[in-house]
Design a binder for this molecule. Sequence first.
Ligand code: FES
Length: 126
Amino acid sequence: MYSKKVLEHFTRPHNQGVIKKADGVGIVGNPTCGDLMKIYIRVKKDKTKGEVINDIKFETLGCASAIATSSMITDLAKGRTLHEAMKISRDDVADALEGLPPIKMHCSNLAADGLHAAIKDYKNKK
Ligand code: FES
């Protein structure tokens, strides 16, 4: 049912944890299943690139695919500019995980929304 990549990220998630005094925090959830995802970002100003996601972590209470999408979004977003990170879509996350079971596409694929919410939170705080 799950791809090899989903299982890899579920069993050994990347960048799991909290960033204390994060520059931006995004919180998203699925009220139907009760899954909850928190994405923390640290932003650094780079002379040539502009504002870059220097560090990113997640805390997720949820199913295997919610954890896998959270882990994958941290890999996809780290080192990207805020502009690039805003363009990472739900489909990009699912593709990078070699697909998600169809029933999970809408249910658990919340990580891109969480990232975008964290970036918006950062911008609102500025
Ligand atoms: Fe995990 Fe729905 S069961 S998000």
